[in-house]
Design a protein around this ligand. Structure first.
Ligand SMILES: Cc1cc2nc3c(=O)[nH]c(=O)nc-3n(C[C@H](O)[C@H](O)[C@H](O)COP(=O)(O)O)c2cc1C
Length: 374
């Protein structure tokens, strides 16, 4: 019988599904609900020492629907980090560990670019009994205006320096959460791992504009007539997340073997999780998926992941972690491999796939496009 039980950085999780930082971990009530429903771990909503500076707006979400007008495939948010006082969080972290001693509770923290502030937040959270830290170097809106979040995460030297401050005080595992709003995610990733972070989390939301209302001509989500670019999440971002998780996994495999990786971005099913684990993830986080389907969604996700494992005779998530990583190569290598495969050339000719750009014609354009798709 396969098992989903997994150990990451010394933390024992009943399954690799982790609540990603955001509304699903925004207070003790909802965190308790997550543990009751059987989530593997919870990353609480990001906290900072001075919540009085955090002022949210409404509306702060925007949804992108599929052509059926119902299914939500993309989600923008312009939500900030937690607006609840840090003292309250300290109490709730403590209570949470009393109520759920076996539940793995990870504090997501963010501070200004000051060593004393980072050390203080680490020491005070740690004193509550939380099991680990995730460092939010990645919020793409609002906080960068205060040089926090993604403003730090896009600078590998600053990431390196701040992680070193955190590691000087932390006695529990530390994951650094990466921004996708950068060309090479490996660079801040390397900065964090060089400074001693136990692992990386990737990705946070992708900077976006959800749309423009064609009646009012105002961009959305619209607050008193105006908007600001926000963070894109949900199913639509999964392909970008898979690519960036793969790049982080390659970095870890090459330069930092043994460090962990927590994948995030559009996960809604056990099969989504299997894909991220195949690309090197130890755990898989879900944020918008919980907002769409509720905490109970953990059950079908676990069942589907177990069914995938049974089909391939994998006993544990570690058995297939990174198994698909070996199959990334250069485009030049793909051309070489294809040239060596006569049968593939024959079947391409038989399927009437376009073989050179001169063959494209205006009338069959859609069919020809299809002929080249997987
Ligand atoms: C409404 C909302 C609020 C979020 N707040 C936080 C936050 O406080 N800290 C953080 O690190 N990430 C935050 N995130 C980002 C998520 O943790 C996650 O990285 C991102 O949404 C991609 O995963 P998903 O597609 O499963 O939502 C937030 C996401 C959403 C949708």
């Amino acid at each position: 019988m396969p098992t989903l039980t997994t150990t990451v950085d010394g933390l024992n999780l009943p399954n690799p599904f982790v609540i990603g930082s955001g509304p699903p971990g925004t207070n003790l009530n909802v965190i308790s609900k997550a543990f009751q429903e059987g989530w593997g771990a919870v990353i609480a909503k990001t906290v900072s020492l001075d919540a009085s500076k955090v002022v949210n707006v409404s509306p702060r979400y925007g949804k992108l629907h599929a052509s059926d007008g119902k299914e939500v495939i993309g989600w923008e948010n312009i939500e900030l980090i937690s607006d609840r006082p840090f003292k309250l969080w300290e109490e709730e972290f403590k209570k949470c560990k009393d109520l759920h001693p076996k539940g793995v509770l990870i504090a997501s923290i963010m501070e200004e670019y000051r060593k004393d502030a980072w050390i203080e937040i680490v020491e005070r959270c740690q004193a509550t009994g939380v099991d680990g830290f995730e460092l939010n170097f990645s919020c793409p809106h609002g906080l960068p205006e205060r040089k926090m979040g993604a403003a730090m995460g896009e600078n590998p030297e600053i990431v390196n320096e701040v992680v070193a401050w955190v590691m000087s005080a932390a006695k529990i595992p530390v994951w650094a959460k990466m921004t996708p709003n950068i060309t090479h995610i490996e660079e801040p990733g390397r900065g964090a791992l060089k400074a001693g972070a136990n692992g990386l989390s990737a990705i946070n939301t992708i900077r976006c504009v959800m749309g423009v209302n064609l009646d009012t001509l105002r961009p959305e989500p619209c607050v008193d007539g105006y908007t600001t670019p926000g963070g894109y999440s949900s199913r639509a971002i999964k392909p970008v997340a898979l690519r960036m998780v793969m790049e982080c996994a390659q970095l870890i495999r090459r330069e930092f073997p043994g460090r962990s990786l927590s994948a995030i971005g559009g996960v809604e099913s056990g099969n989504d999780a299997a894909e991220f684990i195949l690309l090197g993830a130890d755990t898989v986080q879900v944020c918008t998926g919980v907002m769409k389907f509720g905490y109970e969604h953990i059950k079908p996700m676990c069942e589907q992941l177990l069914a995938f494992m049974a089909k391939h005779k994998f006993e544990t998530p570690a058995d297939f972690k990174g198994k698909s990583l070996d199959y990334f190569t250069t485009h030049a290598d793909l051309v070489r491999r294809q040239a060596g495969r006569k049968s593939a050339q024959k079947s391409a000719a038989a399927s009437k796939a376009v073989r050179s750009d001169a063959e494209w014609s205006g009338s069959d354009f859609v069919k020809q496009s299809d002929s080249l798709a997987h």
